[in-house]
Design a protein around this ligand. Structure first.
Ligand code: GAP
Length: 443
């Protein structure tokens, strides 16, 4: 289980994470060989595993372990009608101002001093604020016309609302039940930044949970508690996680209650997830705009009603970054600095690294046999370069919970040395017993 990091939670930690990400293959700046491209990022060989494990952990808890939630994977390209109905075409905007002197552009609501340009210092140089819609607009098909306009979805949520009837009919669920989705969303953010915290292309993990209207408050409280616990169970320390209820003036146009799950980032508290009581806003809007009923008929009670929706909406990429920050640790071991990612085993990119003590011909076949035995069961790394100490350090930086070393004694006793990441304790385990030893320690 991860322990609380002793590393200061400041700008230097952020630099260390960005550095580690590049050096070890978690996250690369996108299009780097062309000078980079506007706060976009690529997930490298290690990062893609970590991100996938974050999403799998969410799916496991939200879909696999429940009988009242089903999954969905809806289209990213979507017609304007959806966003007209949802209110995004009208409301999903930021107020922008331009400085008439230096021509820099700012979000009016983020200016510390609304009269002075933070870039050139000019006073009273701002233009009138105008609303800038954050949705990416494109066209579907070869003809540029109004009829061809399409949008990249700015949230996955609408896919669930527009498929409400499809899912209801095919899944045989009834309220309270939920539809879960993980996928990419796109927002033309004015101020992306803080590494992958705010980007224009990102991944969301959202649940729309449909409930009888009278039970909405109960389920809202249930999901606030449930979602908070998810982060704690996966190793975020309580001292760096909080639930923050929104003030009335912060609430989105659809919400009658929202609480954010916030993580203490190096620059302060930042949102990982919003849990919102959306009432019947979305189903009502889509019903009005599409002409479909979008209701549930309760045969037992002989009543028809429009369910209310509780929505826990999390960011996968942002959450991955929070797990990295929380797991990062440094300690002195025999006079040397050891960097270790104390990631929960379920999130660790590799579960085990198989390391022949040396590159000698006798050891390689046995090590490969061990690898072949473990690969069907878990994600493994295999490394036979460099001294064993350096290979352990590399695995510590990747957050690999166990290293399995094949040495010359292995040829005699058919056993290997298993080294645990956090304690660095070593234990001799028979090769045949490895799955039974490792698997229960990885859940
Ligand atoms: N359907 C509701 C919805 O989308 P949101 O608070 O706008 O709510 C949910 O987004 C989560 O998505 C946020 O808590 C955050 O983790 C993530 N997210 C939103 N915008 C993001 C961005 N530009 N970059 C990275 N993650 C983002």
């Amino acid at each position: 289980m991860p322990v609380e990091s002793s590393v200061p939670n400041d700008v230097s930690l952020m630099e260390k994470i960005v550095n580690l990400s590049k050096r070890r293959g978690f996250v690369f700046p996108s299009a780097e060989i062309y000078g980079g491209f506007r706060s976009t990022y690529d997930y490298g060989p290690i990062g893609v595993q970590l991100l996938r494990n974050v999403k799998d952990a969410w799916w496991r808890s939200m879909v696999q372990m429940r009988d009242d939630v089903v999954g969905l994977d809806a289209s990213i390209l979507s017609p304007p009608a959806i966003w007209e109905a949802s209110g995004h075409l009208k409301n999903f905007t930021d107020p922008l101002v331009d400085c008439r002197k230096c021509h820099e552009r700012f979000r009016e609501d983020q200016l510390e001093d609304p009269t002075t340009c933070p870039s050139c210092g000019e006073k009273d140089s701002f233009t009138e604020a105008r609303n800038f819609n954050l949705m990416f607009k494109t066209q579907a098909g070869p003809v540029e016309s109004d009829a061809a306009v399409a949008y990249l979805r700015p949230e996955t949520a609408q896919g669930m609302f527009i498929n409400f009837s499809n899912v209801l009919q095919t899944s045989r669920k009834k309220p309270p039940f939920g539809i879960a989705q993980i996928g990419k969303s796109f927002r033309n953010e004015i101020t992306p930044g803080n590494f992958v915290f705010r980007t224009r292309e990102f991944e969301q993990m959202e649940l729309e949970f449909f409930v009888p209207p009278e039970d909405a408050q109960k389920w809202y409280e249930y999901w606030c508690a449930e979602r908070y616990r998810w982060y704690i169970d996966l190793g975020i320390p309580e001292s760096r996680l909080r639930m923050r209820p929104h003030d009335a003036d912060e609430l989105s146009h659809y919400s009658s209650g929202t609480s954010d799950v916030e993580f203490l980032f190096p620059w302060g508290w930042g949102e990982l997830e919003g849990v919102a009581n959306r009432g019947d806003y979305d189903l009502t809007q889509h019903s009005l705009h599409s002409g479909e009923k979008l209701e549930y008929f309760d045969q037992g009670l002989n009543i028809r009603y429009r369910p209310h929706v509780i929505e826990p909406a999390a960011g996968a990429t942002r959450t991955m970054m929070a797990f990295l920050l929380a797991a990062y640790d440094e300690e002195e071991v025999r006079g040397e600095l050891r960097t270790v990612l104390r990631l929960h085993p379920r999130l660790a990119p590799y579960k085990v690294a198989v390391l022949p003590l040396s590159k000698k011909d006798e050891l390689t076949p046995v090590a490969r046999e061990v690898l072949g035995m473990l690969q069907p069961l878990m994600m493994c790394d295999y490394d036979e370069t460099q001294a064993i100490g350096r290979r352990y350090r590399r695995q510590d930086e990747l957050g690999t919970p166990f290293c399995v070393t094949v040495d010359f004694d292995t040829l005699e006793d058919q056993a290997v040395t298993v080294r645990e990441r956090d304690s660095m304790e070593q234990e001799r385990v028979a090769i045949a017993d490895l799955p039974g030893y490792l698997l229960p320690r990885l859940v």
